[in-house]
Ligand binder design. Structure first.
Ligand code: 13P
Length: 257
């Protein structure tokens, strides 16, 4: 983390878990155990049907609401889709784009990820842009070049002022939901490479202002070490964000410096 230049962000990704009827109770439990931190943005990215509840109940405990996906389209005949305008209208502050599960199961392309990020930025929502390599790519030593490509593709046509508002999440695919975490050195190496790519594209001032998160089996035990790395500014947490006590421990781990 480097709080002098950029925000620390702890974002939970609930994926397709929990129920709207359980959101308030979850936040009550979280409020009891989580430290009152002012120098970290805490976000829960929920299924769309829970966002409004999260916005209302989260005010009390400084938890922001986020979405997990957004349409590339502004509005119109796109059954089942949710626009950036709709997310902004109900108070979402963040939204994940390009999660590897969407890239894999919904065949989302880099061009769509870029369009989604632009749609969110146009409505004042911070995109959490996910990038990450497969195990095969890592074994072939393609990690850094592939991630640099994904970053360039996701940010194409986005100007520097807007890039400052983006969050990049490095999520190695082989570490998601597997219990296999990247070591802090592996995660730092790639997060540093992401910042280097942004520096190449936008210069040092913007590169140092962008928050870069690590995601992939981050949990209450390994969070402090990952967050101690200079280019890891927070986490995108799946499984451990479903348990208030674990999520609170991860939030507490940002208090170090
Ligand atoms: P896990 O923390 O369950 O590995 O999930 C990570 C993730 O995909 C967050 O977006």
């Amino acid at each position: 983390m480097n709080r002098k230049y950029r925000k620390t962000v702890i974002a939970g990704n609930w994926k397709m878990n929990q129920l709207n009827s359980g959101v308030k109770h979850f936040l009550e439990e979280l409020k009891e155990v989580a430290p009152k931190t002012r120098n970290c943005d805490v976000v829960l990215c929920t299924p769309a049907v829970m966002i409004q509840t999260m916005v209302k109940a989260g005010r009390d405990c400084r938890v922001a609401a986020g979405g997990q996906d957004v349409s590339t389209h502004e509005k119109g005949a796109f059954t089942g889709e949710i626009s950036a305008d709709m997310l902004a209208d109900i108070g979402a502050k963040y939204c994940i784009v390009g999660h590897s599960e969407r890239r894999e199961y919904h065949h989302e392309t880099d061009a769509q990820v870029n369009e989604k990020a632009k749609a969110l930025l146009s409505r004042g929502i911070a995109p959490i842009i996910c990038v990450g390599e497969s195990l095969d790519q890592r074994e072939k030593d393609l990690t850094v070049s592939y991630i640099a490509y994904q970053v360039r593709a996701a940010l194409a046509g986005i100007d520097g002022a807007q890039v400052r508002r983006c969050v990049i999440a490095y999520e190695p695919i082989w570490a998601i939901g597997t219990g296999k975490t990247a070591t802090s050195d592996q995660a730092q190496e790639v997060c540093c490479a992401i910042r280097a790519e942004i520096r190449k594209l936008y210069g040092a001032r913007i590169a140092r202002a962008v928050s870069i998160l690590y995601g992939g089996s981050m949990n209450a035990k390994n969070a402090a070490e990952l967050l101690s790395m200079p280019d890891i500014d927070g986490g995108l947490i799946g499984g451990a964000s479903l348990k208030p006590a674990d999520f609170a421990t991860i939030i507490a781990a940002t208090a170090q410096e």
